[in-house]
Design a binder for this molecule. Structure first.
Ligand code: PEP
Ligand code: MG
Length: 512
């Protein structure tokens, strides 16, 4: 397996493979040092603003209509008379040029962001404009981008910086902040640049690492292994000809793994027959408070609305120990402490809000078949608890993930099957916990799932589920590996869920 698989919100449909190039955009630091500033005054500032306006014009000329309108709006912002008035005022108070610009733009950005979430995006555009004017004033700002294809990773990249990247060898973009609807994301989509924003754990990417950006699943594979690289290279070259999965007489349903509702469109374009795993972590991570009921309803409704007549399996929050959330209290001890369902049991109000949001979204989009499952169940008692709770909220089809070897034991699994409507095998965790390996470590190979210890458990779970007439799916990375997928089908699995970009390749492989 790759050294790490990072998850974020995918933008667009593509795949990019390249070396990572870290980009630190100019930070908007209020100009404290008079010494470092210039005292060239208003003329120098208006010349710098004119230069930035010219750059925006140039970029808009080479962009599509949506991108051009964003750049045009930024240009309008620059000509806002109140900005110039703020600059003049500061110059009159004795500030040097950079400090006057910095202060005026910071003031405008602050005023905007206080108006709420919608205006916060515009405020960051203003900050970026201020940075750029200061760079021009100081004669700084030229970055030596690599000549060979590279994947840019940064905390954030503003629209102006995005447009300046257009003439470089950039093939993909990863940011640790931002949303799939930000201006940057819109520009990235318009430029057909495979992008994943809001990536969790991007600090694990090192300059020069090989990375795969899979914008259809919101995944970033850091230092992938040979098999993954081959699969993605194949997907990259063959994607224009998506086989029509729906017309192919498959023995299993082929679903997509998604991390954000913004990936729905591309999943459908890759032929996904539904969603086999919707990871809800992205809504929670990076937040100081649990997302509100309304915010969750919005996200789940967006997701469900994209799949009328199809199945969507949503997994409730699966906390990972390396990403603690400030609003969760973690009290459990033991091998699987503080992950998945165990962590939710100590924070029932978080789980209940999530279930309520899912039930409400399902009411709004009844044509989509919503299934809900819990991650990292460690006993049949937990399975029963989850099913009862979810059904109390009116959720109709409720299941659990099978990710630890203990629950595959005959008696325990029989108990689980008695209570759930379906199961889904998470081969990523099942492999690491069965073989006592660490999945964040490159020592795990994708083929490890085929080691007898793991495969034996999978076969047992599938055949017991089949005998009980309960749907059983696979939603770990192994589902996208043709050799493993063929075995799972042979055992009787009812669905495979994988990164949408790998669907066409899997369909081709299953046909042969
Ligand atoms: C798995 O463990 O196989 C799985 C699909 O869950 P995640 O990768 O989100 O832990
Ligand atoms: Mg898992």
């Amino acid at each position: 397996m790759s050294e790490r698989v990072l998850v974020g919100a995918g933008v667009g449909t593509g795949i990019a493979i390249g070396r990572a190039f870290k980009y630190t955009s100019a930070k908007y630091v209020p100009w404290e040092s008079d010494k470092a500033g210039s005292s060239r005054g208003l003329m120098a500032i208006t010349a710098a603003i004119a230069q930035v306006e010219k750059d925006l014009d140039e970029s808009a000329k080479n962009s599509d209509a949506e991108a051009a309108s964003i750049l045009e709006a930024m240009k309008l912002t620059l000509s806002d008379p109140s900005l110039l008035a703020g600059i003049k005022e500061r110059l009159a108070d004795g500030a040097n040029s950079q400090r006057a610009v910095s202060g005026a733009f910071a003031g405008a950005a602050k005023a905007l962001s206080s108006l709420g979430e919608y205006f916060a995006a515009r405020a960051s555009d203003i900050e970026e404009l201020g940075n750029r004017v200061i760079q021009v004033l100081s004669g700084e700002g030229a970055v030596d981008f690599p000549a060979e294809p590279f994947v840019l990773f940064a905390d954030s990249v503003g629209p102006l910086e995005m447009s300046r990247l257009a003439n470089t060898s950039i093939v993909g973009l990863i940011t640790s902040t931002g949303s799939a609807t930000s201006h940057t994301a819109i520009l990235a989509r318009a430029a057909n640049l495979p992008t994943v924003v809001s990536v969790l754990g991007s600090e694990f990417i090192q300059l020069g690492d090989q990375v795969i950006v899979d914008s259809s699943s919101g995944q970033v594979l850091v230092n992938p292994n040979e098999l993954e690289l081959r699969q993605y290279q194949e997907a990259l070259t063959k994607n224009p000809h998506h086989p029509d999965v729906s017309n192919f007489d498959l023995p299993v349903a082929l679903f997509a793994n998604l991390g954000s509702s913004s990936e729905a469109e591309s999943a459908l374009a890759f032929g996904a027959q539904g969603v086999g795993l919707f990871r809800t972590e992205l809504l929670f991570l990076g937040e100081k408070q649990a997302p509100s009921l309304e915010k969750q309803i919005l996200e789940y409704s967006r997701l469900l609305s994209a799949f009328p007549g199809k199945r969507v399996i949503v997994r409730v929050l699966d906390l990972d120990t390396d990403k603690p959330l400030p609003f969760l209290s973690l009290t459990e001890t033991g091998k699987y402490a503080n992950r998945g369902f165990q962590a939710l049991l100590s924070n029932l109000e978080v789980l209940e809000t999530q279930l309520e949001a899912l039930a409400e979204s399902s009411k709004r989009y009844p044509e989509t078949e919503l299934w809900v499952m819990a991650p990292m169940i460690t006993s049949s008692k937990q399975a029963k608890q989850f099913v009862e709770l979810a059904k109390n909220y009116g959720l109709k089809i409720v299941g659990v993930m099978i990710e630890v070897p203990e629950v595959c034991q005959e008696d325990t699994f029989a108990g689980i099957l008695n209570t759930v409507d379906f199961v889904s095998i998470g081969t990523n965790d099942l492999t690491q916990y069965t073989l006592n390996l660490d999945r964040t470590n490159s020592a795990i190979a994708l083929s490890d799932v085929r080691k007898p210890e793991v495969l034996g458990l999978i076969e047992r779970v599938i055949s017991a589920s089949t005998a009980a007439h309960k749907p059983v799916g696979i939603c770990g990375e192994a589902a996208g590996d043709p050799e493993s997928a063929k075995l799972f089908i042979e055992y009787g699995v009812t669905s495979l869920s994988l990164s949408p970009a790998l669907l066409p390749g899997l369909v081709r492989a299953l046909r042969t």
